[in-house]
Design a protein around this ligand. Structure first.
Ligand SMILES: [Zn+2]
Length: 434
């Protein structure tokens, strides 16, 4: 099930997207108070935007804009909204995204083709290990996508290894949708309860929220640890509420495929100009086919690299590499640019590290400082030295390191929304991005 446009040539894809872009610009100009004002203030006519290159004449939309003028992005009367979703904003209050009936259909289509990209067929059964409520979009998207594809779905929700295993053994799912680190908990539970994990029905996991690969697409420390115990395929998926679109890995496992019928992608530098292909920049998206709250040149805050060489799966679309990090979490440390996921990757290589948090703060000199708080079964000077050596080898720098009690770290990690654990605590003076 590969949409025809995804097998088309780059030139055909561009032409196709430009047609969709013209429609979108006319639509937001007519229906979104925010974009109407933006165009009017610049004396920009919607007709002047014809090509993907023309997009650069429209200013980017930031998370702050979306938060500040939230209601002005809505293109339909309130009565047309079916589903209300919120996503964490940058200025405190959550941002509301309203989805119409047509938007839910689009979301279902998006997830169905994304699942298909990761090998899911109508003969598969998926166990959903993420929440469907709490005003959360992802769980709903997975359910709708599975239904559209004709695949079975078991809505177990997050956590509770016992219930997950009960479901796996009872319903025989072939795919799991989960945060990859939770797979380690499932493995631990299975080992303690004599479940032979490699003899179950599970053949693959679609991994959300955490990277499972390095930039060269080799397995990172986390997924290596999983694969060493549980021989299943791991597919990465990358998505966000504002995009209402997913980028899933195919069988080649070389980045998440772009769906040109759903979204236009740009990868921009600090001046909002496209980076040279293959360089890391901020993913900026223009959503296509959205009725309720379409976005034009929305800066996602995620730093990524595009891969444009042909893929073995027949799809001709660009692929996004693993997210390098959040732009706001970029750390300038001793002359090196660092993102927290790279540090996570180093720490995950240590079996004896029970839990940890990464604190980033501004030191007396006004520059970034990193403090790793670690809980270990047997804290020792040697462990500190080993971790520091690993940091030096992989990232060329060594942060400060202290041991803490596991309970203290667990309290630090509990986030406000209850959706995910907080591993990075950013206390830097300029950034209030929590
Ligand atoms: Zn592919």
């Amino acid at each position: 099930m590969i949409p025809e446009i995804e097998k088309a040539s780059q030139a055909e894809i561009k032409q196709f997207q430009e047609q969709k872009l013209r429609k979108l610009v006319a639509y937001v100009y007519a229906n979104s108070p925010y974009y109407k004002r933006l165009f009017a203030n610049l004396n920009l006519s919607p007709e002047s935007i014809q090509t993907l290159e023309d997009l650069q004449r429209i200013p980017v939309t930031t998370k702050d804009d979306l938060q500040k003028y939230n209601e002005d992005f809505l293109c339909v009367p309130k009565q047309k909204i079916i589903d209300y979703v919120t996503t964490s904003g940058t200025l405190g209050e959550p941002v509301v995204i309203g989805l119409t009936d047509a938007d839910l259909d689009r979301l279902a289509y998006n997830e169905a083709i994304s699942f298909a990209c990761s090998g899911v067929t109508k003969d598969d059964t998926i166990q959903l290990m993420t929440t469907m409520d709490r005003r959360f979009m992802a769980g709903m998207a997975y359910f709708l996508g599975a239904r559209k594809l004709g695949a079975g779905i078991i809505r177990v929700g997050s956590g509770v290894p016992e219930l997950q295993w009960d479901s796996i053994l009872k319903f025989q799912p072939t795919y799991l949708i989960t945060v990859p680190s939770f797979l380690l908990k499932l493995i631990t539970y299975a080992e303690a309860h004599n479940i032979d994990i490699n003899k179950t029905s599970v053949k693959a996991a679609i991994c959300i929220g955490e990277p499972i690969r390095n930039q060269d697409f080799t397995l990172n420390a986390l997924s290596e640890k999983i694969k060493s115990k549980w021989d299943i395929k791991l597919y990465s998926t990358y998505a966000s509420t504002e995009m209402s679109t997913a980028f899933n890995e195919c069988e080649a496992h070389r980045g998440g495929h772009h769906h040109p019928e759903l979204i236009i992608t740009e990868i921009l530098n600090d001046e909002n100009k496209p980076v040279v292909t293959g360089e890391v920049g901020e993913l900026t998206v223009t959503t296509l086919g959205i009725e309720g709250m379409p976005l034009v040149r929305f800066k996602t805050g995620d730093m990524v690299k595009a891969n444009t060489e042909p893929c073995s799966c027949e799809r001709n679309t660009l692929r996004l590499g693993p997210v390098v990090g959040r732009k706001k979490q970029m750390i300038k440390y001793k002359g090196t640019t660092l993102y927290p996921p790279a540090m996570l990757n180093v720490l995950q290589q240590f079996e004896t590290v029970e839990t940890f948090v990464i604190e980033i703060f501004t030191n007396d000199l006004g520059t970034d400082e990193i403090l790793l708080k670690i809980a270990a079964e047997n804290p020792s000077e040697k462990l500190i030295q080993d971790i520091k050596d690993h940091f030096r080898a992989k990232l060329r720098v060594t942060p400060q390191l202290v041991f803490e009690e596991a309970e203290v770290i667990e309290i630090l990690r509990k986030s406000k929304t209850g959706r995910k654990m907080q591993i990075i605590i950013d206390r830097r003076k300029k950034s209030f991005n929590k």
